[in-house]
Ligand binder design. Structure first.
Ligand SMILES: [Fe+2]
Length: 225
C-alpha cells in the first residue's frame, strides 16, 4: 500500500501535469490567434493592393499572378516551405508601395519625366516601409524593397548586384517581368508565352538571375505551357 508521502507526490505530479497540459493549450490558442491576425493583416494589405490594381484594366490580378508564379518558382528551386510562403506573400504585396505614387504618374499614358521616374522608383521602399511594422512581414519587407534590383546592378533602390540581392527578391523579379510581358498594356498587346520566354532568356544573367529564369522555363514546361 502506498505511503502518504507517495500519495502526495502522485497528486503533485497530476497537478503539475494538468498545469502543463493547460499551458500547452494556451500556447496553441496564442499560436492560432497570431496566425489569424497575420492572415487578417495580410488580407487587409492585399485589399489595398487590389483596390489599386482594379482601377487599371492592365494591371488587374497582377499581384495574385506574381504571387502564384513566385510560389511555384520558389518550390521548384527547393526552398523550405516557410520561405516559399514568404516569397508568395511578398509576391502578393510587392507593389503595395504604389499606393504612395500619385495616380497621374501611375496611369500616365506617355513616358515618365525624370522627376516622375524618381517618384515611381520610390515604390519598393514605400512598400517595404508599409509592411515593416508587422514583425511577421520582416522577410517579406526585404523582398518587397529589392524586387526591382537587377542581377547586373542596374536596378533600384540599392543597386545590389548578383547574389547580394536576396534570392526571394530575384524570384519575385522574374515572376513580375514574366507577368508584365504576358499581360497587355495600353501601349502594347500581351506577348505569347514563347515570345516572353525568349525575352527572359535574353535577360538571364544580365538583368535577371539565370538560375531563376531556368526554373521558370522548367516550371512552364512541366505545366505543359
Ligand atoms: Fe514594382
Amino acid at each position: 500500500m502506498a505511503s502518504r508521502v507517495e500519495r502526495d507526490a502522485a497528486a503533485d505530479y497530476r497537478r503539475l501535469h494538468a498545469a502543463y497540459q493547460q499551458s500547452l493549450r494556451y500556447a496553441e490558442d496564442v499560436r492560432r490567434l497570431y496566425h489569424q491576425l497575420q492572415r487578417a493583416i495580410c488580407q487587409s494589405l492585399l485589399g489595398l493592393a487590389n483596390a489599386l490594381e482594379a482601377k487599371d484594366q492592365y494591371t488587374r490580378g497582377h499581384s495574385e499572378r506574381v504571387s502564384a508564379l513566385s510560389r511555384r518558382l520558389a518550390a521548384a528551386l527547393g526552398l523550405a516551405p516557410a520561405v516559399v510562403d514568404v516569397v508568395a506573400q511578398a509576391g502578393l504585396l510587392h507593389d503595395i508601395g504604389k499606393i504612395g505614387v500619385p495616380e497621374a504618374i501611375l496611369r500616365k499614358p506617355g513616358p515618365l519625366s525624370p522627376q516622375e521616374w524618381t517618384v515611381m522608383r520610390a515604390h519598393p521602399v514605400i512598400g517595404a516601409q508599409i509592411v515593416a511594422p508587422f514583425e511577421f512581414f520582416e522577410r517579406a519587407s526585404r523582398v518587397i524593397r529589392h524586387h526591382h534590383e537587377r542581377w547586373d546592378g542596374s536596378g533600384y533602390p540599392d543597386g545590389l548586384i548578383g547574389e547580394d540581392i536576396p534570392l526571394e527578391a530575384r524570384i519575385v523579379a522574374v515572376a513580375d517581368v514574366f507577368d508584365a510581358l504576358t499581360s497587355g498594356r495600353s501601349y502594347r498587346p500581351a506577348l505569347g508565352f514563347d515570345a516572353a520566354c525568349a525575352l527572359l532568356k535574353q535577360d538571364a544573367g544580365h538583368t535577371l538571375d539565370g538560375s531563376v529564369v531556368a526554373a521558370l522555363l522548367g516550371v512552364l514546361e512541366l505545366e505543359g505551357r
